[in-house]
Design a protein around this ligand. Structure first.
Ligand code: CXF
Ligand code: ZN
Length: 365
């Protein structure tokens, strides 16, 4: 089977013929059907996030179960699944609390390997790591059973793939993490895959004004089609906080930062109305620091929080998000700007970095 392998940061991916060892106990082998191209893959590829090498990137995908190892009970061959990029041991204190994205039950095993520490993808005998233990830019993978969620079979593959990262993260940030009230005013910073889904999460929750901010006009136009009521180009507007207050009066009740650099974090905080809540959603390079005014935090009772994976519970939330799509309450078709063959994956990253696409998706034969 073919996989896109990164041997060193800042090199192109190499699509290579690889071998795949079979699933062991509580593992499944999955045939990849579609895999989204996400900024987080780029963080691995450019060295922002130190990762074991060589590695197959990719973490936003859907596929079909081919084979189950001993003891697998939640899926069977032929099932359609969406990958979850977080372990879910079901027993640690966070899983017990329902905060499965914080699962610590598997933290003893190396990050790019199966839980027993072994690598299943091999190229000429050399073991290849899998990003987030799933590494979805491969025609087939072996992953822990707990990292796949079965879904209905009438869900199209490319749309299903996006549920596994950008849809869950963006919609979940609003509905599961912040749990905004109907009528709330919302600012979303960064209108890529995650930001557009935060906008649709706000629409689903009955938000009032939804202000979208980005540095590219093509992204802001797209934000309007996903439900933004107002837009701000922060590259050309020299006082976006003032603009947010002109639109909303006091500032917004909630802000969602899908970028999370020092400037976007300042905007997310400063644009809040008294009592407002700023949520960091996008994952920055590990070195980024942000600053807030503790003075305003106290006197205006502002809250700052972070959400990982939209604080979703993949087992429960993926099927619901799939139903929302099938019932036309979520727009995933409009996120898919381009599809690629695995062979052309480097082109997919080039176009993502040029800001040309909301989402590019690798579609497998
Ligand atoms: C990332 C977080 C770290 C593991 C892979 C996915 N999140 C979203 O893109
Ligand atoms: Zn992602």
């Amino acid at each position: 089977m073919k996989a896109a392998v990164l041997f060193k940061p800042n090199e192109p991916l190499q699509v290579l013929e690889c071998e795949l060892d079979p699933p062991k106990a509580l593992e499944v082998r999955v045939k990849m059907k579609a895999a989204g191209v996400c900024q987080s893959d780029w963080h691995v590829m450019n060295g922002d996030w130190p990762s074991p090498m060589p590695i197959v990137p990719g973490h936003e995908a859907a596929g079909e179960i081919l084979e189950c190892g001993p003891g697998v009970t939640t899926v069977k061959p032929g099932d359609h699944v969406i990958f979850s990029f977080r372990p879910h041991c079901g027993r640690c204190r966070y899983c017990s609390q329902g905060r499965t994205v914080l699962c610590i039950g598997r933290s003893g095993s190396p990050p790019g390997a199966l839980y027993d520490g072994t690598l299943r993808i091999k190229h000429k005998g050399q073991g290849i790591n899998q990003m987030a233990r799933i590494g979805t830019f491969a025609e087939e993978v072996v992953v822990p059973e707990e990292m796949v969620v079965p879904i209905r079979k009438d869900m199209p593959w490319a749309q299903a793939a996006l549920v596994g990262c950008c849809v869950a993260t963006g919609v979940g940030a609003v509905t599961r993490h912040a749990k905004i009230e109907a009528g709330s005013t919302v600012l979303v910073i960064g209108c890529g895959g995650v930001g557009l889904n935060a906008i649709q999460g706000a629409v689903l929750s009955g938000a009032g004004k939804i202000v979208a901010a980005d540095i590219l006009d093509n992204k802001l136009e797209m934000a309007r089609t996903f439900g933004a009521t107002h837009t701000i180009n922060t590259a050309t507007d020299n006082d976006p906080v003032k603009k947010v207050k002109e639109i909303t009066g006091l500032g917004v009740d909630y802000s969602f930062d899908a970028v999370s650099n020092d400037r976007t974090q300042a905007l997310a905080f400063d644009a809040l109305a008294p009592g407002g809540h700023a949520v960091a959603v996008g994952i920055s390079a590990a070195t980024v620091r942000a600053s807030y005014s503790p003075f305003m935090m106290v006197f205006a009772e502002k809250t700052v929080s972070g959400t990982f994976y939209g604080s979703v519970r993949p087992d429960l939330d993926f099927p619901v998000l799939v139903d929302h799509y099938m019932n036309k309450r979520l727009n995933i078709d409009g996120l898919i700007s381009r599809t690629y063959k695995l062979q052309d994956i480097n082109d997919g990253f080039k176009r993502m970095m040029a800001g040309e696409v909301a989402r590019g998706v690798v579609v497998f034969e």
